[in-house]
Design a protein around this ligand. Sequence first.
Ligand SMILES: Nc1nc2c(ncn2[C@@H]2O[C@H](COP(=O)(O)OP(=O)(O)O)[C@@H](O)[C@H]2O)c(=O)[nH]1
Ligand SMILES: [Mg+2]
Length: 356
Amino acid sequence: MKVALLGLLQSGKSTIFASLSGKGIAPIGSTTIEEAIVTVPDERLEWLTEYYKPKKTTHATIDCLDVPGFNFTDEHGRVAARRLINQIRTVDMLVLVVRAFEDTAVPAYRNSLNPVRDLAELRTELLLADLELVATRIEKLEKQVHKPTKTQAHDKAELALHTKLQEAIEAEKPISSAIETEAEREMIKSLGFLTQKPIAVAVNVGENQLEAKFDFGERVDASVPVITICAKLEFELAQLDADSRALFCADLGITESAKGKFVNSCYSALGLISFITVVSNEIRAWPIKQGTIAVDAAGKVHTDIKRGFIRAETFSFDELKEHGSEKALKAAGKIRLEGKDYVVQDGDVINFRFNV
Ligand SMILES: Nc1nc2c(ncn2[C@@H]2O[C@H](COP(=O)(O)OP(=O)(O)O)[C@@H](O)[C@H]2O)c(=O)[nH]1
Ligand SMILES: [Mg+2]
């Protein structure tokens, strides 16, 4: 899963990226996209590792991109932003970072601090970038549909779809709101429209705003996760060892790490949950879409397991923790044998039975 951190100049993306990845902070003015693998924290895996003592524990990971800040206030900045936007069309989702922290040492975008306006500007620019792509495609298709080629019927359908998408964007609606069928989704898949992707919003707050809640009103759909992070503080915390970090967090009243918030917002925006396998001395978490059935979950682990699927021996992590041991769990009848169509739940610990 690939996630891009996007935002206006100096909103704190690189600082957030550094605290998530443990890497250094990209210098201000950098023009290249940085990439890092972020481990998904999961307390359940720590507990299971303690219990089963496997040789290896494998966390899920998120591939994270730090995209240089956009500056739409001049032509040079707009050109640079457009180039960067076209480089991230294959990512799975966007985390839009907006600045809310006050600091006279860091110049504010458009000379004033205004997270609501900044988010609106960012989203408008993403719409414009998609509009440009739609317009180019329409221009090409309009020529193509008149030719009696094998693809003529498909070209006509695609032209109709793009015309609908253009109308949506002109009404300031994201592409995602205009897609109605799987066939439509398939037709535009390779174009990578940014406003078709799930988003989360990360508000970068000051140290005195840790408790602040941000409401973007109707500008942000209720389904979009909005999180607050104090990037500067998180970066400092990331430099400490685990014990001192825990002390500082307790002192500051921080109950959830920036990494935890960030990962949860991504899982929520993408509709992901995790199941866990404990096999051949390895404990591993597997992210899947909510609603995935057992046989497809098996396919994530190995195509052979999917093909030879017999049953999914399943229990929930919470129940194991509650009963204290697998033996007690079994005695309580909490270990289930599920079939192919069982809808996998978050925190299921699954042992797939299969033959090949
Ligand atoms: N006071 C304060 N400064 C911050 C915070 N986050 C970032 N900064 C500063 O803002 C500037 C821009 O941050 P950076 O992460 O490079 O922003 P980017 O352009 O979005 O990547 C740097 O000088 C940071 O030290 C924060 O939470 N509080
Ligand atoms: Mg940066």
